[in-house]
Design a protein around this ligand. Structure first.
Ligand code: 0O2
Length: 221
């Protein structure tokens, strides 16, 4: 009987993790479609690259305990919303909102929450747009609505966040004040770079638009 119980539990855990894997695969396909369509039709792609990750059981448990949940599958679903994570790295800040809008309009996705850490950065300087969405996953005997956390950021935001994550994020002792100030300074530098590239891109775009208008006028006359 104990063996049966163990088998049942193993199947439950396998099914539980599989649905997150499938949800990520669906989201990756959606992003691939967008990338190819953008590249073919607009000759421009706002997405630089993507990464996916499934939280490890250890990391799920740590977050569950930190959030005060009980050790049960229902409790995991309630407290840990980022078991499946998709990170989309965009070229420019405006691209982040463009990609987010496109995803928010897809009728099979349900938007549960939007956290804009670009307009409201964390005190350490962390910037990203987070979308918590629900993706329907069609299994053999049912449909599961699976939660996926999407983080959308620029290359500069990603550069800062990846290195900050390595240096500090899970550092469980208090970080000296001067280091906190320096990491915030680095975030400001990354932000200045993003603003500068955005401005350059927009300036070049308006020159291109003017040239395009001139050519059209010449063709008409
Ligand atoms: P990991 O290792 O990336 O998976 P929480 O803040 O975690 O209690 P919530 O609502 O999940 O609750 O937080 P939030 O802020 O919406 O998003 C959490 C995720 O965003 C983190 O996941 C990180 O990936 C990223 N993140 C948030 N703040 C920072 C930050 O200050 N620096 C960096 N580098 N990343 C950040 P995990 O699970 O915490 O970590």
């Amino acid at each position: 009987q104990q063996l049966d119980q163990l088998k049942k539990m193993r199947n439950e855990i396998t099914r539980f993790m599989l649905k997150y894997k499938f949800a990520l695969e669906e989201m990756e396909t959606k992003i691939e479609i967008l990338k190819e369509e953008f590249q073919s039709l607009h000759d421009y792609c706002p997405i630089e690259h993507t990464n996916t990750r499934l939280k490890t059981p250890e990391s799920i448990m740590k977050k569950l305990i930190r959030k005060g949940g009980t050790i049960a599958i229902d409790s995991i679903e309630e407290y840990v919303k980022d078991i499946a994570g998709l990170r989309i790295t965009c070229s420019f800040i405006s691209d982040i909102y463009r990609v987010s809008e496109i995803l928010q309009k897809q009728s099979d996705l349900k938007i549960l929450q939007v956290k804009d850490y670009i307009k409201n950065p964390k005190s350490n300087g962390y910037k990203s747009l987070h979308l918590l969405i629900e993706v329907p996953v069609f299994l053999s005997d049912r449909v599961e609505n699976v939660c996926v956390e999407i983080q959308i950021r620029t290359i500069a935001m990603d550069f800062w966040a990846s290195l900050e994550h390595k240096i500090f994020y899970k550092y469980n002792r208090s970080v000296p004040q001067h280091l906190l100030e320096e990491i915030k300074e680095a975030a400001d530098t990354a932000n200045a770079l993003d603003q500068q590239m955005e401005r350059l891109m927009q300036e070049v775009q308006s020159i291109k638009d003017l040239q395009h208008e001139d050519t059209e006028r010449e063709l008409r006359s």
